[in-house]
Design a protein around this ligand. Structure first.
Ligand code: SAM
Length: 223
């Protein structure tokens, strides 16, 4: 990772008061539990929080919890009667996340569902009566095209969908890549071209997490 990206990220997060003891403790708890450091950065977490605020989101869905770092950022934007459902494959990650949600006082707003997201999403679609205002997709990247389909099923016109890690250090342009995450990103972009239900952009990012990027979209009005 380029040092300047990391240093500028540190400068920006400090300047804008995004560094906070409680959130540092969350990252420390993740580290102590042996979770991989693949959570979003503080700036990205704040970005998700701001999106939820701008949207006035009352219902948020996350695919890929890890230790709950991004979950906490988004949950903090919810009103008291809001709800965030987050899906996680690994029981151990979910256990760490629950403790982190409790320590940051957002556990009452969040429900962690454990299992493969592609099994949980149909159950959610069958059970949930209301759609989600914001959906953050951040799990196994090879399944992103499936997750986009479910996100569209579980949303309504005006819902925001964010899909993380689509640029893969630039490998997204490698059409010969055998990497499942790159293949997933390319299939996702192809799907967005043909799909038409999501008005989307893709932004490249650099920072403490290296070089990557995300897709941000809003579900179109039914025309
Ligand atoms: N959103 C988290 C954050 O920023 O703090 C980081 C999520 S991490 C990149 C991806 C998570 O997705 C991991 O905890 C992993 O166990 C989980 N995951 C991977 N495959 C999954 C699947 N098929 N269903 C649900 N979760 C999955």
């Amino acid at each position: 990772m380029k040092n300047v990206w990391k240093d500028v990220d540190a400068y920006l997060t400090q300047s804008l008061h995004m560094v906070e003891e409680a959130m540092d403790e969350v990252l420390e708890a993740n580290r102590e539990a042996g979770l991989p450091p693949i959570d979003v950065s503080a700036s990205q977490g704040k970005f998700l929080y701001l999106l939820a605020k701008i949207k006035g989101a009352k219902r948020i869905l996350e695919i890929g919890t890890l230790g709950g770092y991004s979950t906490i950022w988004m949950a903090r934007a919810l009103p008291q009667d809001g709800k965030l459902i987050t899906l996680e494959y690994e029981q151990k990650h979910a256990d760490v996340a629950l403790r982190n949600l409790q320590r940051t006082n957002v556990a009452s707003l969040v429900e962690i569902k454990v299992g493969p997201a592609l099994k949980l999403l149909p159950l959610l679609a069958a059970k949930e009566e209301q759609s989600f205002d914001l959906i953050f997709i951040d799990a196994d990247k090879g399944n992103n095209p499936h997750y986009l389909q479910w996100a569209l099923t579980l949303s309504q016109p005006g819902s925001i969908i964010v899909i993380d890690n689509v640029v893969r250090e630039g490998h997204v342009i490698d059409e010969e890549s055998k990497d499942q995450s790159v293949i997933g990103s390319r299939a996702l972009l192809q799907q967005l071209q043909s799909e038409g239900r999501l008005e989307a952009t893709a932004l490249q990012t650099v920072g403490i997490k290296g070089y990557d990027g995300f897709i941000l979209g809003v579900v179109r009005d039914k025309g």
